[in-house]
Design a protein around this ligand. Sequence first.
Ligand code: OGA
Ligand code: MN
Length: 290
Amino acid sequence: MAVRVTPIHGDFVARVTGVDLTRPLDDATFADVEAAFETFGVVVFPDQDIGDDQQIAFSERFGPLEPSVRRHRERAVANPLISDISNVGPDGGILAADSEAMSYNRGNQLWHSDSSFKRVPSKASLLSAREIPPAAGETEFADMRAAWEALAPEMQARIEGLVAEHSLAYSRATMGYDAGSTFFDVEKQEVPPVPQAMVRTSPVTGRKSLYVGSHASHIRGMDREAGRALLDTLLAHAAEDRFVHAHAWSVGDLVMWDNRCVNHRGRPWDAGKYRRIMRRTTVAGEAPTA
Ligand code: OGA
Ligand code: MN
């Protein structure tokens, strides 16, 4: 079986076929897949009828996995290495719109990079579509390398070296989730606010990227409002159509993205009516960014 890498959105998104991710990949095939991931930032593997354990095994080829922050809660999945990105509860029923889990998951609809609220933020995420609604519920990706490169040199000079503070409580609060009363003590301790560089450089390609998202509350050492305004300007810039790719899901799609240089957000669907079940694995990063 020969791996085929087909660009579907410039140098940002590629489709990868000719691989069966339910079985261990040989080293040469894995090297091709890894090269596609490092080059593009988003890779789409269609038709992967993959289970949780197989998804974990493939993901671990890229490095150790992060456990879900929500592993201490009652969830539809028991394995701590799987993030349950769904509107279905442990009893198999659709979750109420005002449930804690739905309120928490709605935070995914803001532009973000996964676990930028951790001191060492993640390297990559892999999201597998197990059940999808008949319409809507796309996931959008923004190329933060292209967004960086399109900034005026004066703006680049202004933000290089800046550090933003990121926190899960902040991003959830912006969506109406009251982290104060709904966070477990263990979660609060695990994810206190952390510093993140606002510009990152790929250790593999040397390309720089903008690193801002929903978890960023303010800029350290800058007037609160001025910093907030700058973050909002940069977020709006990175969300421009020219940097964005929308992925419309089919069951069996596994999409992998590089959290170091890609932002993403989930789009709404009729969540009171249709089930949408996605399973995520998250590859841990290697070092703090700031
Ligand atoms: C995620 C996420 C968005 C979506 O899984 O990290 O943000 O479309 N998902 O489900
Ligand atoms: Mn996410």
